[in-house]
Design a protein around this ligand. Sequence first.
Ligand SMILES: [Zn+2]
Ligand SMILES: [Zn+2]
Length: 356
Amino acid sequence: MKAMRLLEFGGRLELRELDPPSAGDGVLVKVVAAGVCHTDIHVVSGAYDLGNGNLLKMVDRGIHLPMTPGHEIAGEVVELGAHNGKTTVQEGDRVVVFPWIGCGTCRKCLAGFENLCEVKPASLGIFQDGGYAEYVYVPHPRYLIPAAGLRAEEAAPLGCSGLTAYSALNKCRLDTEELLVIIGAGGLGTTAIQLASRTTSARIVALDIDDGKLKLASSLGADQTINTKVLSKKDVVDAIKKENKGRGADAVIDFVGSPATSELGFEALTKQGRLVLVGLFGGAASFPLPLFPLRGAQATGSFTGTLTELSELVQLAASGVVRPVVSGRYSLEEANDVLEKLARGEIAGRALLRPY
Ligand SMILES: [Zn+2]
Ligand SMILES: [Zn+2]
């Protein structure tokens, strides 16, 4: 089978012909669509920027090469191996793959938070081979969510972009008619806007530096948009307050995660405001510490989501509540070009690799 392989951190992916994996103890899935995610840029580059000259290296996270990236996978079950007849999934079924696999035995995994496994994370496309290939090995059928009512293109982005947006929105714990600010109207931001506008009564303000993305945000349900490119932080915070009777935001989801966006997100909070940090742009931020207690503010990180949340999200997608915005379809061989476009901020919504 064809696979785009990462042979060395910082290098380009290379097309390789490999033997397809066998189902073995797990399941073999034919990849119909694989989303290209910002995390893949970090994985390929080999590190996260922690700010102040510090790096979190993929090698130190236990990522070993060569490896096939790609964790947003929709496909068809080809072979169930030993699980055939013992699971609700059947060969030939259309599925979304839950890629955030953990060790299965630590206290986080046992509590349902495999995405935050404390012992040995085994996420597909990061710690083991993922979806930039014609086939992917999935260790157990419980990681397969049936998605019969969805096209593979709509289903693939649910596994990371959709799930991350959904879980971040859950962490906002929005009450009636609160103000939600979404920083970054890319793939995750637009999904969060759709979910928030259709499942909560929140008023939604979307921030971005690109008018095209903000236009898309409006069409998907944002009540107000602000282009932050030409405005000072104070002007942006004032504009947000204006949307909430002079108060700040009740919740902010930062899908960028840069020093500037996180500091802006914190500044924009009203009393008991929640700042949910999602983006992994990198760097180190500086917050006025007394304002945390004085505002009763909360800041929380959100990394992808749980298997249960993915099941819920696939249901929501099947009922039309959320439709990932697909902006382009590419062959496996074009993966490097797509990653570069994504890094330059040129992709609105999700770009997909179609191996066939
Ligand atoms: Zn991702
Ligand atoms: Zn674990």
